[in-house]
Design a protein around this ligand. Sequence first.
Ligand SMILES: [Zn+2]
Length: 235
Amino acid sequence: MKGFEVKKHKETVFLQLPILKGVKHAFGTRQGGEEILEAFGLSPGQLLTFKQVHGADVLILREDPKTLNYPLLYDAAITDREEVALGVWTADCLPILMWDKSKGVVATVHAGWRGLRYEIAQRTILRMKETFGSSPKEILVGIGPGIGPCCYEIGTEVVDLFRSPYGSHRSFIYNRGGRSYLDLCSVTQLQLLKAGVPSENMEVMPLCTACRKDLFFSYRRDGESGRQLSFIILG
Ligand SMILES: [Zn+2]
């Protein structure tokens, strides 16, 4: 199934992907941050977000989040705790939500070019496999709205970083008018495929945060103006 749904609750607007229909999740917009939790009957205290550092560390959360050492310097997290809503804040980077129904595990990833350079999407799948016994074939992945290749111009130093690891970069770096543009979503999908997730287990939100000012904050377009919250929770 393809496409996405736009949902409204009071003043908030959020998006959902059909592939994650069986689990509570939302990709936020500029209309509503933590308020979107209310649409699912969740309290802000259930939300766990991170001091995202564009790194490659994945938090494995099995204990009560109250026992963790803060600040939490992570860009990805995996949990089997039913009461914890894993959240990710983005404004151009991709919010990625993952669900393994058979093992009862969810994960979030904050993926920009820095994290993807460290293969954070792939690493998160591998950690799900190692730690929770997930089979990549059972993991469903929703890739939320981020900046698209229409708007995401990158410099030659970033082009060079992505040129070698994948053999050919032609499927995710585009050249137009002497400039280079990166397709974060295609890099993510390649990493997921490398980790063993079949393409039919992935769905993508076909919206660019920089193009869609009506819906999203965009760092590239606006600078430090705000970020949208996305989350997933088992319970
Ligand atoms: Zn765009």
